[in-house]
Design a binder for this molecule. Sequence first.
Ligand code: PSU
Ligand code: MN
Length: 303
Amino acid sequence: MNAYLDISPEVKAALDAGRPVVALESTIISHGMPYPRNVETALLVEKTIRDNGAIPATIAVIGGRLKAGLSHEEIEYLGKTGRGVAKASRRDLPALVARKADGATTVATTMIIAHMAGINIFATGGIGGVHRGAEVTMDISADLEELAQTPVMVVCAGAKSILDLGLTLEYLETKGVPVVGYGTEELPAFYTRESGFGVDYRVDSPEELAAMFRAQRELGYKGGMLVTNPIPAEYAMDKKTIDAAIDRALADARAQGIHGKETTPFLLARVVELTGGDSLESNIKLVLNNAMVAAQTARELSK
Ligand code: PSU
Ligand code: MN
């Protein structure tokens, strides 16, 4: 086991016994939602995973230790500190470990730590991707490179159209990452069920997801798989409303010169402000829905 990794006793016992475990990220807690809904949601996501027969392992860096499985106090701390906690993507782990610092893990670093711990499935809301205008800024999330090189299945609700969804799919295709639609042929756009872009494969059950992931492992591929699970129709947002908020948020980011790792958290927070919190409610529901599918798939994978 990696010398910097701490697996909680409950998660360790489940992994040793071959029982299903689902990893969860922590940037969504600190940078993705406002306090206290972030903490409430993180705990509810853990409960949903338990209710569906798996053990949750929320991942973060605390005091330079890579943690798989957090206490409620640690989740409360990350949520309350919010953007005061470092957002930790792949390039940040060496510094945080050396300095014994805290970090909230993005999709990329959650995949890294999950894989170190022996967890092969991870549920979240949305992934990072190719930003709009990336042909000039070169702003492409490290999440995509991680999907290309780390063997973890990531269950999300697609990507927000703060990103260029077409370019994000092109990038994943180049990197050989299968993009699967859960019960859909279309890539979901996080707040809405449709994006106008197709997925590579439609899958309709946790059994089929598990079979595809197993085949990927048996083929000796090093990368992961992206499962996109549309937000339940009753919680989806009106496309015009959310598109207007995203356009406005993008314009504000440009006007304020936001760049680098600040871009995604800025856009997420601005969209919540502009929609008067409606987008936050949708965000919470879709994360719970992803936790359910991930837990069911983890059970299949552990058979
Ligand atoms: N998209 C969301 N919610 C989030 C994130 C993205 O809808 O919380 C977070 C995730 O942690 C993701 C990270 O891994 O932002 C991507 O940041 P960047 O674009 O800087 O790689
Ligand atoms: Mn970026």
